[in-house]
Design a protein around this ligand. Sequence first.
Ligand code: BGC
Length: 360
Amino acid sequence: MKLARKVTAMAMASMMVFSMAACGGGDSATETTAAPAGDTTTQAATEAAKETAKEAEAAGGAGGNIGVCIYKFDDAFMTTYRNALQEILEGKGYTVTVMDGKNDQAEQNNQINNFIAQEVDALIINPVMTSAADQIISTVKDADIPTVLINREPTPEQMSAYEKLVYVGCDARQSGTMQGELILDTPNKGDINGDGKVSYIMIQGDPENVDAQYRTEFSVKALTDAGMEVEELDLQRGDWDRNKGQEIAQNDLAKFGNDIEVIFCNNDDMAIGALQAIQAAGRKVNEDIYLVGVDALDAALNEVVNGNMTGTVLNDANGQAAGAVEAMEALLGGKTYASGEQSIYVDYVKVTPENAADFQ
Ligand code: BGC
């Protein structure tokens, strides 16, 4: 275990040097401080990385060089996810390099190309943009690298282009429905002022992401399916970001005041931001306003327990990380996936004050 970790650190150092050289010292390599450049260095670093992976194998670990691309490190949920991923992979003896896409698809494309040049054994990719899926899939297919996509789901048609590709994530419709159910479970089903309709604002994630689209649609659909009338006072993109969640909620609370009965947030980080605005406006969750998120971040679980959030939905980062590694190992073992069977889902779980402690 100790040896594997040491080897991993060595491999990371070598690979970062390569990444730096290959990108001409661009942003993508801020993870390292060394800055040599030039072909000779690049080649030497690549050889060193390959050599280190061989050493890891010889040292008795699972071996194998794994490249992980995360859309951006500065995302609360993806931080939990990538830490879980790294721990599982390293625990199994893989040599792992995790790159920060910095929310820039061009940057991530470079990182993928660098991993391919380093001849990694498998890739785990959290795309920056779902719309880049075709390009990513064709790149990994041309390089013949087994690939697991995570968190941003492409369509089945897109995935069917490559049989050594699988998506591990959650069905976001389920999380949206659960958010709606959390509101239906309140004593007045979200109609706090008793005017016969549920008036809400929707703080959306990045609308390019299917998680944001489905959560927005299915949270409200759960209410209307249950026969509730709804009124959308506002819908704005908060890009999964706490500060934007706070700003949107603050403006809407000033504009719509007590008319707002429910604040739906596509994730917890934005809900924590919205909670700051709710408290600053002198409103009280579960008394004169309801607030729901998704992810079950630690901060949100605390607020659910304290009664400052109506509820959240567990987006199981550990379960998805374990599923991604399992799928990667199946691919490495030679498994291929038929078209239409390339999505593996982990269930969401509804989180209320009654069960929140189970997830803390
Ligand atoms: C999570 C968000 C996260 C997003 C990143 C979603 O599944 O709920 O918190 O920001 O993924 O793509």
